[in-house]
Design a protein. Structure first.
Length: 254
């Protein structure tokens, strides 16, 4: 809803989304899940950009970011740089949310914590050969264990792409772009089974990878995950193209 308030093509829908988002803020403060806090922070990043005078929203953003910081401080050890005792789903959204909050509010502690936790997460999501391997669902609920390899789901790749590109915008390290590219390549067959999840002829996306085969269900969530990842990578490609043009041409918008 926050993203719709910022980017929807219709001014009327943008106003509607902003009003609805503002109404929901008080409810969101009662959430107890770190992932719910993270997704609220993603929405707040967009909403606050179009409603900078909403002091309540800004206060909620700091409050939720501080909650994530408290989670990290209470759990983190040298070999477990995370917000919870185990890894589950949409993991990369937690560090992404902190980085966005830090950049928007100019709070270096948020940015540093987001970068640090995402960097550790990527060590858990990268094979010895350097290939992206999302956290497997069979390990959900296990505490302080290396992630299981399967089942692998599109939502993890999409979250990782977005988080890595946020990290690149935060500190400028080109390795984050390479990590995002490897996560996107998972959709295209650069994965443990060497199986493409995306069918370019139908526009469908398989629901994930089992140990021995692809999941042939092709639900709406998987399609949306692929399209969100594709949108992130296309935006990156446009930025890269702009950076490679001569300065004089960029200045005139050529």
């Amino acid at each position: 809803m926050g993203e719709a308030a910022r980017t929807d093509a219709s001014p009327a829908r943008r106003r509607w989304a902003a009003a609805l988002f503002a109404q929901a803020l008080s409810i969101a403060e009662s959430f107890r899940s770190p992932r719910a806090w993270a997704f609220m922070l993603l929405g707040l990043d967009a909403y606050c950009a179009v409603a900078p005078d909403d002091l309540h929203a800004r206060e909620v953003r700091h409050s939720l970011a501080d909650r994530l910081m408290s989670c990290l401080a209470s759990v983190e050890t040298p070999d477990w740089v995370w917000f919870e005792e185990g890894l589950a789903y949409d993991n990369a959204r937690l560090p992404q949310a902190l980085m966005l909050a830090g950049m928007a509010t100019q709070t270096p502690q948020y940015i540093d914590a987001g970068l640090r936790s995402l960097r550790w997460l990527m060590t858990q999501q990268t094979t010895a050969a350097g290939q992206f391997r999302p956290v497997g669902t069979s390990g959900f609920g296990e505490q302080r264990q290396h992630p299981r390899a399967f089942d692998q789901q599109p939502v993890e790749a999409t979250a990782t792409i977005a988080a890595c590109l946020t990290a690149w915008r935060a500190d400028g390290d080109a390795e984050w772009k390479a990590m995002a590219t490897r996560a996107f390549a998972w959709f295209l067959g650069s994965n443990d089974l060497s199986v493409a999840l995306v069918d370019p002829l139908t526009g469908s996306c398989r629901d994930g990878l089992h140990p021995d085969r692809a999941n042939e269900n092709r639900g709406g969530e998987s399609v949306v995950c692929y399209l969100l990842g594709l949108a992130e990578m296309r935006q990156l490609a446009r930025v890269n193209a702009s950076l490679t043009r001569p300065i004089a041409l960029r200045a005139v918008g050529a």
